[in-house]
Design a protein around this ligand. Structure first.
Ligand SMILES: [Mn+2]
Length: 248
């Protein structure tokens, strides 16, 4: 059994199939820790759920976009803040599947959210969370909003890394409560702390790994073996969806 971690998919089913195939992921034997944000972005949201639900050992982390989709499933809410940030494509994908007549998938998706984690710590004391967390307080005292939306932990890890590069003989800073931290949410191909620089590959700063390489937009989807750190990526997602050119 191998354990893999997957970055934000954002409806990019074609990219998801590529990384599962390229990594040799075994749907029956391997564990997948999905860092959240399956929905909102590219059009194949329901297909992404169908594929992920084939995985026997799936750990699903709650993302900020998933939270909007969950509230749509549970309460029918369609706030503009959601529909204007990819939710429109998620609703289209949902309607297409619902119109096929079989609506069992709604219960399957709700069941997946019911067993999802706001954060997950594995047997090797590795923390998996969508956005970030406040490491100055006990992890259990964080609120869901921070797990889903925080970027401060990532920005701080970038600053710590820059400090270590500038002062190699001084002690390094890191998240002391965990052996490693894995996050998504903040794309590494845009807006990374300028002293570190943007990248289209999984980014390792301090003892944190960022697996969001911008699959929802103009980047790639990444999957990584959490033990060996070997990673596999999709093609540029825009090239996988040429008919969607102009999506913004
Ligand atoms: Mn995201």
């Amino acid at each position: 059994m191998k354990t893999y971690v997957l970055g934000d998919v954002h409806g990019a089913y074609r990219a998801l199939l590529q990384v599962l195939e390229r990594s040799g992921f075994n749907l029956d034997k391997d564990r997948l820790i999905c860092l959240g944000d399956i929905v909102d972005g590219w059009p194949d949201v329901m297909e992404c759920f169908d594929e992920l639900l084939k995985i026997k050992d799936l750990i699903y982390i709650w993302g900020n976009h998933d939270d909007w989709y969950y509230k749509f499933l549970k309460f029918g809410q369609t706030p503009y803040v959601w529909t204007s940030q990819g939710g429109d494509n998620t609703i289209k994908s949902y309607m297409k599947k619902a119109e096929s007549g079989n609506i069992n998938f709604i219960q399957d998706h709700l069941a997946l959210f019911n067993r999802a984690y706001f954060y997950y710590v594995d047997d090797n004391n590795r923390l998996f969370v969508h956005g970030g967390f406040n490491w100055h307080i006990p992890i259990g005292d964080n609120i869901l909003y921070d797990f889903m939306w925080d970027r401060h932990a990532f920005e701080t890890a970038c600053s710590w890394e820059a400090f270590t590069i500038a002062h190699p003989t001084k002690p390094s800073y890191y998240f002391k409560n965990y052996s490693e931290v894995f996050i998504g949410h903040t794309c590494t191909n845009h807006g990374v702390n300028c002293r570190i620089g943007n990248t289209l590959e999984p980014l390792h700063v301090s003892n944190l790994w960022n697996l969001d390489q911008g699959a929802g937009w103009d980047g790639k989807l990444s999957i990584m073996n959490v033990d060996t750190k070997e990673f596999f990526q999709s093609d540029l997602v825009q090239e996988l969806y040429p008919e969607e050119r102009g999506r913004n």
